[in-house]
Design a protein around this ligand. Structure first.
Ligand SMILES: [Zn+2]
Ligand SMILES: [Zn+2]
Length: 461
């Protein structure tokens, strides 16, 4: 019970829910079973995968050094100047000249490797292009609490390992591999902007990991709609002439109340959160202007749109009730949309991780009420893609965006994930490049789950 004589400090959240969720996760692991893996005779030849593992082992010190370097120089979105320079220098050391500052973003880099025409002739039809995306932005205050340093090492390490194979084994890359770094995942939807500007032109599939406290094939990633709402009131002396005012703070309060009540009618994994960014100036003037910053998150494209519309209705209702004016401001680019993981590509990922001694959980084992959002969703609704989670800590209770996660991402557990993820992304690329049947299955799965979505025009429809 709370000490009513000392209410100065907040109460400590109980761990009961987390403990219950952990127990249920264990139960579901038994019920759902392990995820499907690509059979041994599919994808890239076994000999080539062995050579890939050797290439990753050879590169291991540089992959881990990259992870540590970025970890030790945390930079927030669009400020990743050290990170982009570090990746560029590493690529150049391996004879690859990247383009830095692509698509109008100073800290976005692009490089590619492809087979020579003679190599493709030997291997039949060119396979197409697979892109490996890399993030390296950090969080203000806590550094790499989202583990993007490990993810960057995964992607760049995979790209370097594939480049090494291309040099030592003719025919190893019967297609094209693109490395594309993507700034500002945390504070922007940069992958949307990059996609609109052409990042995915000519790209047939895109892959990237995310750091986490578990190895997981697919976890729910919610779509997001950001709304800034401005209420315009009429100021008046709050004591002598309140009847001559229209209270913008009343409107904001009613909007927050409506949002709070709306939560009851939402799916349990969906989220609705808001803060007041302008609440008026002084209590003795009826507030003339208030502003709310609202985030609507939902698991599905269609439910995201529906909840966002209902929030707009709540906001309009608040304006009606208070006689205030209201403006709803949205961003120029589409916000994050839900991630659609590609089933056949995930089977390749699972095989690669088992080869590394990891055991990814199948979709549906972890509770999806712990979902977050990512701009990889905007990629995955345009081309087939995967965004599997890789374990960077031995403590299953460590959450993203915490100091404990920052620590893990720079520790030995993070280093192991850097190497296993580098192998995994490279193995997926190799499987896709070498197996026309897998490529067809990837495409068929993508079409069966909705095909190409007009993400850029999503909110205009
Ligand atoms: Zn994050
Ligand atoms: Zn992240």
């Amino acid at each position: 019970m709370r000490d009513l004589n000392d209410l100065t400090r907040p109460t400590v959240p109980s761990s009961a829910i987390q403990e219950r969720m952990a127990a249920e996760t264990e139960e579901r692991r038994g019920v759902v079973g392990p995820p499907a893996a690509l059979p041994d005779d599919a994808g890239a030849p076994a000999g080539l995968r062995t050579a890939l593992a050797e290439a990753v082992a050879e590169l291991a010190p540089q992959i881990v050094e990259l992870s540590h370097d970025i970890h030790d120089h945390p930079e927030t979105g669009f400020e990743e100047h050290h990170a982009v320079a570090t990746v560029a220098a590493l690529l150049r050391r391996h004879g690859i000249e990247p383009e830095v500052g692509v698509y109008g973003m100073d800290t976005a880099l692009r490089a590619e490797i492809s087979a020579t025409p003679a190599q493709i002739d030997g291997a039949g039809e060119p396979a197409g292009t697979i892109a490996i995306l890399a993030e390296y932005d950090a969080l203000p205050g806590i550094g790499h609490g989202c583990g993007h340093n490990v993810m960057c090492a995964n992607s760049v390490g995979a790209f370097l390992a594939l480049s090494a194979l291309a040099h030592t084994r003719p025919g190893a890359l019967p297609g094209r591999v693109v490395l594309q770094t993507t700034p500002a995942e945390e504070n922007s939807t940069a992958k949307e902007i990059l996609s609109v500007r052409g990042m995915l032109d000519g790209v047939d599939a895109a892959i990237q990991t995310h750091s986490y406290a578990h190895d997981v094939t697919h976890q729910t990633w919610l779509g997001v709609r950001r709304l800034d709402v401005v209420f315009h009131g009429v100021p008046a002396h709050a004591a002598s002439q309140p009847f001559m005012g229209r209270n913008a703070l009343d409107a904001a309060t009613l909007a927050l109340t409506g949002i709070g009540l709306l939560r009851q009618q939402m799916l349990p994994m969906d989220r609705l959160h808001a803060i007041i960014t302008d609440g008026g100036q002084v209590p003795n003037i009826i507030p003339e202007r208030t502003e709310l910053s609202i985030m609507v998150r939902s698991k599905y494209l269609e439910t995201l749109k529906e909840i966002a519309e209902r929030v707009e209705e709540v906001v309009h209702g608040a304006a009606l009730m208070t006689g205030t004016g209201v403006e709803i401001l949205t961003s120029e680019y589409c916000n994050e949309v839900p991630v659609r993981d590609n089933g056949p590509l995930l089977t390749s990922w699972v095989r690669s991780q088992r080869e590394r001694g990891r055991d990814p959980l199948a979709a549906g084992v972890l509770p999806e009420t712990i979902a977050a959002g990512t701009d990889f969703g905007n990629v995955s609704q345009r081309v087939p893609g995967i965004h599997p989670l890789i374990k960077v800590t031995d403590r299953p209770d460590v959450a993203l965006h915490t100091r404990a996660m920052t620590e893990a991402a720079g520790a030995a557990t993070g280093d192991a994930a850097a190497l296993d993820g580098a192998y995994g992304l490279a193995a997926v690329a190799l499987d896709w490049l070498h197996d026309a049947g897998l490529r067809r299955a990837v495409r068929a799965d993508f079409e069966a789950t909705g095909g190409v979505i007009d993400v850029a025009g999503f909110w205009e429809e």
